[in-house]
Write a protein that binds this ligand. Structure first.
Ligand code: ZN
Length: 334
């Protein structure tokens, strides 16, 4: 284990059995001079086998991942396992406690802070520990996201286009095993600094999700995360499938590469969606309109679909600003 990282696990991540502990790092501040930050971590292990790292709360206002990770670790029985699961349900712990996307301590987006910095601010210390200490020990990483307060998605699991065809195949097989209603090859608008990129660059399996959003957790989406984790653990050979896992539902394999998938707002105003999330749309079909708050006498600006496909993501709040993500269309692939 790297001794450069400031984060110190309070438990032995290599010991057999199940343990709940903390990643401790000094956090000296005005209200606690000799204080520390204690980030919950848990591990379940039985002998030699693959290691899966599960992270939730990478963004502090996304709830399905933390809930599913907590429930999994409370219920998992190491006697039924071969290998190891490490779970950090609240990766950006200060942000989770604040209910915000980015950390209130240093205003850093955890998913733009990789590979991290052992001597940086708290967010960079956390990403450094994951990148330098945990990823090298892992065979696969599952980072569960949802839309947070400002986005809403049709629930999907996601991988990325990768240069290595064998790594892409392994990621795709893991995604199909997870069995979300939609399995998507996602194009990232800003991939530098993401946990995803760190894991993929290390040649490991990386799987993410976007499950709902709006700053809350819906029952159907929590269930997708919980059942998906069970199936992923069985797929990786970590959890013995004793026959009580529900089979994966039919998943719809989709892509987002190419023109016309992403739409951004060039207006500030009141946001009105004209189609529902999950609807099939046609190129040129009006998707949404933005009403001016300064000139209510003016007709709204209409945003149209850039291509045929399924409306899989949308801006969530009732107000929108210039530069905001407005919508994402995905299309079916064989
Ligand atoms: Zn997120």
């Amino acid at each position: 284990m790297s001794n450069k990282s400031k984060l110190q696990p309070s438990i032995d991540l290599n010991a057999d059995g199940k343990q709940f502990g903390y990643l401790d790092t000094p956090y000296s501040r005005n209200d606690s001079a000799w204080g520390a930050l204690r980030i919950p971590v848990s591990v379940a292990k039985n002998g030699d086998g693959p290691t899966l790292l599960i992270t939730g709360g990478n963004h502090g206002d996304e709830y399905e991942g933390p809930i599913a990770a907590m429930k999994l670790m409370r219920s998992i029985d190491p006697a039924r396992m071969t290998g190891r699961v490490i779970a950090i349900p609240f990766l950006n712990y200060p942000a989770v406690r604040a209910g915000t996307r980015v950390s209130p301590i240093d205003d850093v987006n955890m998913n733009r802070a990789f590979p991290g910095d052992a001597d940086g601010t708290i967010s960079y210390q956390i990403s450094n520990f994951v990148n330098d200490v945990l990823i090298p020990q892992c065979d696969a990483v599952m980072d569960i996201h949802s839309g947070g307060k400002t986005l809403m998605f049709e629930a999907f699991a996601a991988i990325h286009h990768l240069d290595d065809p064998d790594q892409f195949r392994r990621c795709k097989e893991a995604m199909l095993a997870f069995g979300a209603p939609i399995s998507l090859v996602l194009v990232e608008l800003d991939s530098r600094g993401m946990l995803d990129t760190g894991v993929e660059d290390a040649g490991k399996i990386f799987l993410s999700t976007e499950l709902g959003g709006g700053g809350t957790a819906l029952p159907d989406n929590v269930r997708i995360a919980e059942e998906g984790l069970q199936r992923l653990l069985a797929h990786l050979g970590i959890l013995q499938n004793s026959g009580d896992l529900p089979p994966p539902p039919d998943t719809r394999f989709m892509d987002t590469v190419g023109d016309g998938c992403f739409t951004m707002s060039n207006d500030e105003g009141m946001f009105e969606m004209l189609v529902n999330l999950g609807d099939m749309v046609r190129e040129g079909q009006p998707l949404a309109q933005v009403h001016s708050l300064q000139h209510p006498e003016r007709e709204p600006t209409v945003y149209c679909a850039g291509r045929d496909g399924l409306l899989i993501g949308r801006h969530h709040p009732g107000l929108i600003q210039q530069g905001d993500f407005l919508s994402l269309i995905a299309y079916d692939v064989e």
